[in-house]
Structures are given as structure tokens and as C-alpha cells.
Design a protein around this ligand. Sequence first.
Ligand code: ZN
Length: 194
Amino acid sequence: MNEALASHVARVQTQIMVSLAGRLAERRARRCDDDGRRCEFLLSPQQLLAAHEAGHGAVGVALGWCCHELSIVPERDVPVGRGRGYLAGFASVCPAALVEDVQRAGRRRKCIRLESDAQTVAQLALQLALLEPDYGWMAACRIIRRLRAETEALIEAHWNRVKYLANTLEWRKTMAQSEIESCLRGIQTKGTKK
Ligand SMILES: [Zn+2]
């Protein structure tokens, strides 16, 4: 694999892991005691949403990307996933070099159709599957399973930080890059990916 392709594959894998992290962090939050026993009381929808968005942000930062905005303020006029839902919250996560572009695009998010996390994961995994023999859904599912296990391990390893970020987000409702980074200090596990 040449260098440009390898770096594209690494970016796509990171994006898949960031997209998977929301649901996985929500699931981890339900198991709220640290021995991993199931939580005996229910978390509020706001707490679960904050855990979801914090999961996207924390996994992105752990993998060397930037999380420059988190929000749990619903935007009912922004459809997500073929119009069946609206934007309940979001995490803006990307390589550091793209922050400005993504921020500009973010302001246009009312005009573009956003994909759900599951749609993003499926589409990107199918791209990666083109590089693995049998080149189809079987390969895509294998890739998703592998990256899901890696994402779960990352969330588990940094659960205290993810929880701290989620609690702060629940209280603040929106957070900017500097506040997010101060909650996630020390979480970065890999060199910055461009
Ligand atoms: Zn999400």
C-alpha cells in the first residue's frame, strides 16, 4: 500500500471509530458502576445524549484528531438520516488541519442532509472493504466488528475522562475546543493524524 493510500485508510478508520463511539459511550454509561455491573437506576435522556456526544469527541481526541465543538442543544429544523429524525446534538471532530473548513461547513449544516452515525459507518466500511478480499458486505462487517472492539477498548481505557466530559457537557449544553481539551487532558494515545 503506498503512503497516500495508507494515510487515507487511517483517516477512514478513525472516522469510523469516531462514528461508532457515540452509541458505545451511551452503552457504557448505562453500566455506570466501575465494576461493569449494570446500572440500577435509569439515566435521563439528556445524560445519555451527553455521553453519546462526549464519546464521539473523546475517541476523536484519543486518536489524535480535534474536537472543536460539542452540543446537546436540539436543532429540530436540521434533519438527520433521510429525514426520519432531527439533530439532537452533535460532536464536530476532524483532523486538526481541517478544523477551519469543517467549521465553515458546520454553519451550512441546515442546508445539507446529515447522515446518521450508522449510515456513515456503513458507507465508510464499504469503502475500506474494496481493499479486502471478498470486497463486499462480509468484509465491511468484519471491518466494523474489528473497529468496534478497538473503540470499546478505548472508551473503557479512558472512561473517567469520557464521563467527566459528558457530565460537563450535560451541565454546559455546548462546549468549545479549549474546554473540551481541558476535560480530556492526557487522553491522546496516538500521534496527531493529519
Ligand atoms: Zn452520534
